[in-house]
Ligand binder design. Structure first.
Ligand SMILES: NC(=O)c1ccc[n+]([C@@H]2O[C@H](COP(=O)([O-])OP(=O)(O)OC[C@H]3O[C@@H](n4cnc5c(N)ncnc54)[C@H](O)[C@@H]3O)[C@@H](O)[C@H]2O)c1
Length: 260
């Protein structure tokens, strides 16, 4: 009997910190991969590295906030791989601004990338996965969807929306064998947070202060978030769906203590 074809996974935001780490894990776990990110050298370099290592990858330069581009990207993936079985939506943007300095453009763009882009990709994924007898979607949300932090109005709202979308799809698609498992990373050492430190008067002190806020005393590494996502994408997580998976070094488990 011939071996079944390896599963196909789509990772959006694949060229960034968590997305690139997830891509490495999914390749290690035997997937063929479509890497989706904004067109540019980071995406090209990663795809070349994976191809040189003998992996089956397709690089798709595509903006998740453009519905026509999402439809074109999904069609390109169909052409290359004949559909897909897994979707991990890592593409995301975020900045810290007080509410009165959060301009219309920042709000609209943040929601368009983080929430609406996730919706568009899920809408492409569900019928394809249904046709293949099932699949897994891991939308990347954030602990900012769970606890209030000053200055994150647009980001937190978009990430909370991702949780609502994911829970809905989990129950809507469960009978089709499609699992939808949102993950909330806490502070993770990627460009997204390191760019924030660079805006501080003392970036090294800002990084130390951020680490000290985490109960484990440090940020997560992108690879640590990626391993959880890879597990959720595997058959070992066969009955996990609709649950919010938090990987945050204990950040949301408590608050500051007054007696130590
Ligand atoms: N780093 C953290 O502390 C942290 C915490 C919680 C959640 N997250 C979430 O994890 C995900 C990955 O973030 P990261 O920390 O790896 O950040 P990152 O900035 O390193 O990576 C984000 C990637 O998304 C891509 N992207 C942005 N806009 C896009 C668009 N319109 N179309 C296609 N691609 C686009 C970027 O090019 C980049 O490669 C994001 O959704 C982020 O909100 C990160």
């Amino acid at each position: 009997m011939s071996n079944p074809a390896p599963p196909v996974a789509v990772v959006t935001g694949a060229a960034g910190g968590i997305g690139a780490a997830v891509s490495r894990c999914l390749l290690r776990d035997g997937h063929r991969l479509a890497l989706v990110d904004r067109p540019g050298p980071a995406l090209d370099r990663l795809a070349a590295e994976f191809r040189d290592a003998g992996h089956a990858v397709l690089a798709v330069g595509s903006d998740v906030s453009d519905p026509a581009a999402v439809a074109r990207a999904a069609a390109e993936i169909d052409e290359e791989f004949g559909g897909f079985d897994k979707l991990v939506t890592c593409a995301g943007v975020g900045r810290i601004d007080p509410i009165e300095q959060t301009g219309d453009e920042v709000w609209t763009q943040t929601v368009a990338v983080n929430l609406t882009g996730t919706f568009w990709w899920c809408r492409e994924a569900v019928p394809r996965m249904r046709a293949r007898g099932g699949g897994t979607i891991v939308p990347v949300s954030s602990t900012t969807a769970l606890v209030g932090l000053p200055g994150r109005a647009a980001y937190a709202a978009s990430k909370a929306g991702v949780l609502g979308l994911a829970r809905t799809l989990a129950v809507e698609c469960a009978a089709d064998g499609i699992r939808v498992v949102p993950i909330c990373p806490g502070a993770t050492r990627t460009d997204l947070v390191q760019q924030g430190y660079q805006r501080a008067a003392d970036p090294a002190a800002a990084e130390r202060a951020h680490a000290a806020l985490q109960p484990i005393g440090r940020l997560s590494e992108p690879e640590e978030i990626a391993e959880t996502i890879a597990f959720l994408c595997s058959s070992r997580a066969a009955t996990i769906t609709g649950a919010t998976i938090i990987v945050d070094g204990g950040y949301t488990a408590g608050g500051p203590s007054w007696n130590t």
